[in-house]
Design a protein around this ligand. Structure first.
Ligand SMILES: *Cc1c(COP(=O)(O)O)cnc(C)c1O
Length: 237
């Protein structure tokens, strides 16, 4: 458990060093501690070390943890796949959704949030490498998707940028190329639709976050390097 605080200190140092070498301010980089499959005690440990942004992948699991951790300072990020039929259950549980990739989900969320005064910050998940079988919007469709989302004028949904998950078996050069592609795509979308909708780039995980910082990441999603290896999960029936 001490380990979590030590790990966080190490990650913070590495973020600062990577930012410095990219002549960026570390203040422009948000660390999201990915706590999927970790018990609430692990999150409490991280909080004791000043970490209040958490990323969760599974709605049920996240909601259970939230019920045990009441702290106004926590900022919850949903980084898993959100099924359209679960949209309603997610309302008010997260301030960020990193995985928007279908307009029907946006419609459902907006409808469920109407009148609540809540705002959900949304990132579009991009399948940068056009990996078949991977979720996310194919890179070539992102501009069109973003345009359609903005045209829908959902008051409760604030488009803030793009997100990608690195290819699993990619080497360093391939990862860097993917991160750079996401950044260029974000610039292209910003030029066409307004830069204010594309301020965030969610990219970089435990084993490639320094590369992501070099390529302009503003949100790092780091799990195992903070919390250690995730406990095995028993598959759902
Ligand atoms: C699990 C997960 C992470 C964190 O992965 P680590 O390799 O443990 O840092 C980041 N992003 C998403 C979408 C994830 O599902």
């Amino acid at each position: 458990m001490e380990q979590i605080q030590d790990n966080l200190a190490v990650i913070q140092r590495r973020i600062h060093a990577a930012a410095a070498s990219a002549t960026r301010s570390p203040d422009t980089i948000r660390l999201i501690a990915v706590s999927k499959h970790m018990p609430p005690e692990s999150l409490s440990r991280a909080m004791a070390a000043g970490q209040f942004c958490f990323g969760e992948n599974y709605l049920q699991e996240a909601v259970q943890k939230q019920a045990q951790l009441h702290d106004e300072r926590i900022e919850w990020h949903f980084i898993g796949h959100l099924q359209t039929n679960k949209a309603k259950q997610a309302v008010g549980k997260f301030s960020w959704l990193h995985t928007m990739d279908n307009l029907k989900l946006a419609d459902k969320l907006a409808a469920a949030m109407a009148g609540t005064g809540l705002i959900l910050n949304v990132l579009l998940q991009v399948n940068v490498a056009n990996d078949p079988g991977k979720s996310g919007i194919p890179a070539r469709n992102v501009l069109h998707f973003a345009e359609a989302l903005l045209e829908a004028e959902h008051r409760a949904i604030r488009l803030c940028g793009l997100m990608t998950i690195g290819r699993q078996h990619a080497n360093k050069d391939e990862r860097r190329a993917d991160f750079a592609s996401l950044r260029r795509l974000s610039e292209l979308c910003g030029d066409h639709l307004g830069k204010e909708y594309f301020t965030e780039l969610s990219m970089g995980m435990s084993d490639d976050f320094e590369l992501a910082i070099q390529e302009g990441s503003t949100m790092l999603r780091i799990g195992s390097a903070i919390f250690g290896a995730r406990p095995p999960v028993t598959p759902k029936a």
